[in-house]
Design a protein around this ligand. Structure first.
Ligand SMILES: [Zn+2]
Length: 294
């Protein structure tokens, strides 16, 4: 039996999450090259834009996915951009990928280095190798004069220490999928980082410290991301049933963030979109589609 929409506000039907509002959002962390999007990527992109997600920065996690992300961005100018880097899980592949990544970072549609950083949660690559790959990519970002898209899990102290060494040479950095509390937030703001928030914030249990930290993120530092297909917001129940997250769910995350910050959805949309345009240098989007400040 179908559940009436009014009785289950979190049930999701594709594309209906904009609530009729004229939102303009940017998903700064979308893994559109992931296998789970291979058969319907066009439909996923169409649903995103219907929901007001007019720009996406496609995450590169190794040389192959970074090249694929750049190709997607080339095919969709003004809608998709990409990052080029090696995730800490793949740190051992950096040496072989260095040249490919350096070439990709010269492309205008490749707007950040990363994702890169440290992940000691499962240590798919040994920590010393992760630290070396992280430092090498920070140096590449500095050389390319592009900001870094940063990943950190269970490695806060080492992460901050390495970043401190490189921060002066970097044009900017965003702590992607920030899940920490006040203490980690203060450390990141002291490094003048931007903060990317995902649907982790929709989880009242494991997202508790993030939910408490959220109102303390300065409005000019906050950006939004789904990290799709990962991290389906816990309070979303896609129809048809699926565990895959999608960029079109970003308005749902934005609404939760607005509530926790005591801001309107429109205000969160405007400030986070403005931040993403400035941080990544997405001027074509700003000129053609956003009409900010009008
Ligand atoms: Zn990540």
């Amino acid at each position: 039996m179908a559940t009436p929409r009014s009785a289950a506000a979190t049930d999701y039907n594709h594309g209906d999450y904009s609530d009729g509002m004229n939102l303009t959002l940017i998903d700064i962390g979308s893994n559109l090259t992931h296998d789970s999007f291979a058969s319907d990527r066009g439909a996923v992109m169409a649903r995103a834009s219907e929901a007001g997600v007019h720009g996406q920065v496609v995450t590169g996690a190794d040389a192959a996915s970074s090249a694929q992300a750049a190709a997607l961005a080339t095919a969709h100018p003004g809608v998709l951009w990409s990052t080029a880097g090696v995730h800490p899980h793949h740190a051992s592949s950096l040496a072989a990928s260095h040249e490919v990544l350096a070439d990709l970072l010269r492309l205008p549609q490749v707007v950040a280095a990363g994702e890169c950083g440290l992940d000691y949660c499962r240590n798919f690559s040994p920590p010393d190798m992760q630290r070396a790959a992280f430092a090498a990519q920070l140096a590449m970002a500095a050389a390319a004069a592009k900001p870094v898209f940063l990943h950190q899990r269970d490695a806060h102290a080492d992460f901050v220490a390495i970043l401190k060494d490189f921060r002066r040479g970097l044009v900017g950095g965003v702590a992607h999928c920030f899940t920490g509390g006040r203490g980690e937030l203060e450390d990141y703001l002291a490094l003048d980082l931007h903060i990317g928030v995902t649907g982790w914030v929709n989880d009242e249990r494991r997202g508790q410290s993030l939910r408490e930290a959220l109102p303390h993120i300065p409005a000019d530092r906050l950006m939004l991301e789904t990290d799709a297909p990962y991290l389906l917001p816990r309070d979303l129940k896609p129809v048809p049933k699926s565990r895959r997250n999608e960029p079109s769910f970003l308005p749902h995350i934005a609404r939760t963030i607005a509530q926790l910050r005591g801001e309107s959805l429109a205000a969160v949309a405007e400030s986070t979109t403005r931040n993403a345009i400035r941080f990544f240098g997405l001027e074509p989007l700003a000129e053609q589609r956003l009409k900010i400040g009008e």
